[in-house]
Design a protein. Structure first.
Ligand SMILES: [Ca+2]
Ligand SMILES: [Ca+2]
Length: 254
C-alpha cells in the first residue's frame, strides 16, 4: 500500500478543522489553534485537559473491514486524578450505545495497574472486542506518533516509527455502525457524557480505508519529522527547480 491511496479523511489542523478531502470536516468544541506547539504545517489543535474535544462525523468509519488511523500527539502532563482521569483520549468511537462497544486509542497512567503513561487501545467490531496495553512510556512535552492499522484480523498500533507493533490485538469482522460518537480528545460512554480529556496538542490526523504497512509506518514517522498530507512531498517534481515551475523556454543547457 502507499499513503496516497484510499484516504478517507485528512485533518492538518493548520488553523481550522477542515478535511483536506473535502468530505469530513470536524467540529470544534473548545480547542484552539496552537502555532507554537506543532509537528506539521503551521499549527496543531490545543486541548485544555478539562472539556475540549473535536467531533468527527459519526458514521465515517462505519462498516469498514479494514482501516488505518495516523495521529501525532503531545501531552502537557501525565494524565492523573484516578479512574477515567488517568486516561487521556486521542481517539474514541462507539460502535453501539453500550459502553462495551467502544473503540479507542489513549494514554493511560494508572498506578493501580502499574502502568506509567502507556498507550492503550481497544477495538470493537462486529466480530467482538479486544483491548491491550503498550509497554513504552509516553514522555510528556514531546511529539509522538501512532499509526493504528486494522487488517481484518489484527488491530496493530505502531508507536514513533517502530515497525514492531506497540500493541497487537486479534479482531475479526467490520467496524459496524456508530450511534453518534467519533471523537478526538475525549471519550463518551453513552450515559455519563464526555471524560478522559486530552491535555496538550493533537496534530495531523489521517484516516484510510485500507490497512497500511510497516513501510508506511517508517514514511509517516520520517525520522521524527513527520510527513504531511498529501504525502507526496518526497516525490521529485521534474518540472520544478527550488519549487519554481520551469517551462520549455527556461531551459539552459550550458
Ligand atoms: Ca498541523
Ligand atoms: Ca475548555
Amino acid at each position: 500500500m502507499v499513503l496516497t491511496t484510499n484516504i478517507l479523511a485528512a485533518w492538518k489542523f493548520d488553523g481550522d478543522l477542515t478535511d483536506e478531502t473535502g468530505t469530513y470536516d470536524a467540529t470544534n468544541s473548545g480547542t484552539t489553534t496552537d502555532t507554537s506547539i506543532k509537528i506539521l504545517g503551521s499549527a496543531s489543535r490545543r486541548y485544555d485537559g478539562t472539556n475540549d474535544k473535536v467531533g468527527l462525523p459519526s458514521t465515517m468509519l462505519d462498516s469498514l473491514g479494514t482501516f488505518s488511523i495516523s495521529a501525532w500527539f503531545y501531552l502537557d502532563d501525565d494524565p492523573s486524578g484516578g479512574g477515567n482521569a488517568d486516561r487521556a483520549t486521542i481517539w474514541h468511537r462507539k460502535k453501539a450505545t453500550s459502553t462495551a462497544d467502544d473503540s479507542f486509542i489513549w494514554v493511560e497512567n494508572s498506578a493501580s495497574t502499574g502502568n506509567v503513561n502507556w498507550l492503550r487501545a481497544r477495538l470493537s467490531t462486529t466480530g467482538g472486542a479486544a483491548i491491550g496495553f503498550g509497554s513504552t512510556t509516553i514522555t510528556t512535552t514531546a511529539w509522538h506518533h501512532v499509526l493504528a492499522v486494522y487488517d481484518g484480523s489484527n488491530f496493530k498500533l505502531y508507536l514513533d516509527g517502530n515497525t514492531t507493533p506497540e500493541i497487537s490485538l486479534s479482531n475479526t469482522g467490520n467496524t459496524g455502525t456508530s450511534p453518534g460518537f467519533n471523537t478526538l480528545g475525549a471519550r463518551e460512554d453513552g450515559s455519563s457524557g464526555f471524560y478522559s480529556w486530552w491535555d496538550g496538542s493533537i496534530d495531523d490526523v489521517t484516516m484510510w480505508t485500507d490497512a497500511k504497512t510497516t513501510g508506511d509506518v517508517t514514511s509517516l514517522w520520517n525520522s521524527g519529522a513527520g510527513l504531511a498530507y498529501p504525502f507526496g512531498s518526497g516525490a521529485v517534481e521534474i518540472n520544478k527547480i527550488n519549487n519554481v515551475l520551469i517551462s520549455d523556454t527556461d531551459k539552459v543547457y550550458s
